[in-house]
Design a protein around this ligand. Structure first.
Ligand code: 5GP
Ligand code: MG
Length: 178
């Protein structure tokens, strides 16, 4: 697996140190609230496990299966909710976790949906955000790292279903993508 990686962008130690900082911010904001974490499958799974172990607050953890359809390099903006039921978030303070914010449409759609379900507050947290100058892009409340406009894998992020279990975030060799 490692031999398919051109470059390690963010190594494991750097990720872990950043998670300590994010966890403290989340702690400060959610302490004393009725907290529900909603992690988006499957990309946020590693991030969720490592971040939430650092947040010693009473919370419920839910996962949501969403699919965002991308036609070519541009997101179509269509976000589908694949679960039969949504987590019960009425009156709760929700923290949505996702792997990466690209166009922001996925997070935006999930946020709206959970607000419709009566959440008292919805905040968003992403491991990565792409630094793309697009006016309409929302910002997450908590961002681990801002990266350039390049396709990354690892630490939850996949290419055709693989590489999620890499302990770092990296860029694939062109020969693998080609
Ligand atoms: P958005 O709705 O913000 O455009 O899409 C976010 C989703 O697109 C992420 O949850 C992720 O599944 C996918 N995505 C966006 N950029 C990348 C990337 O660089 N690498 C991988 N593996 N997935 C990405
Ligand atoms: Mg995703």
């Amino acid at each position: 697996m490692h031999q398919d990686i051109e470059k390690v962008l963010i190594d494991e130690e750097v990720i872990k140190k950043r998670l300590d900082v994010l966890a403290e911010k989340v702690m400060a904001d959610f302490e004393g609230e009725s907290m529900v974490v909603v992690a988006l499958l499957k990309g946020a799974v590693l991030f969720m496990a490592d971040l939430l172990r650092r947040v010693p607050l009473s919370m419920e953890i839910e996962c949501l299966n969403v699919a965002s359809y991308h036609g070519g390099t541009e997101s179509s903006g269509v976000v589908s909710f694949l679960d039969h039921t949504l987590p019960d978030v009425a009156g709760r303070h929700v923290l949505i976790l996702d792997d990466i914010l690209d166009t922001g449409r996925t997070l935006d759609a999930v946020m709206e949906k959970l607000k419709q379900q009566g959440a008292a507050e919805v905040k968003t947290c992403v491991l990565l955000a792409k630094d793309i100058p697009r006016e309409e892009v929302m910002a997450a409340d908590y961002t681990g790292f801002v990266i350039g406009d390049e396709f990354v894998v690892g630490y939850g992020l996949d290419y055709r279903g693989r590489y999620r279990n890499l302990p770092y975030v990296g860029i694939l060799k062109q020969s693998v993508i080609g």
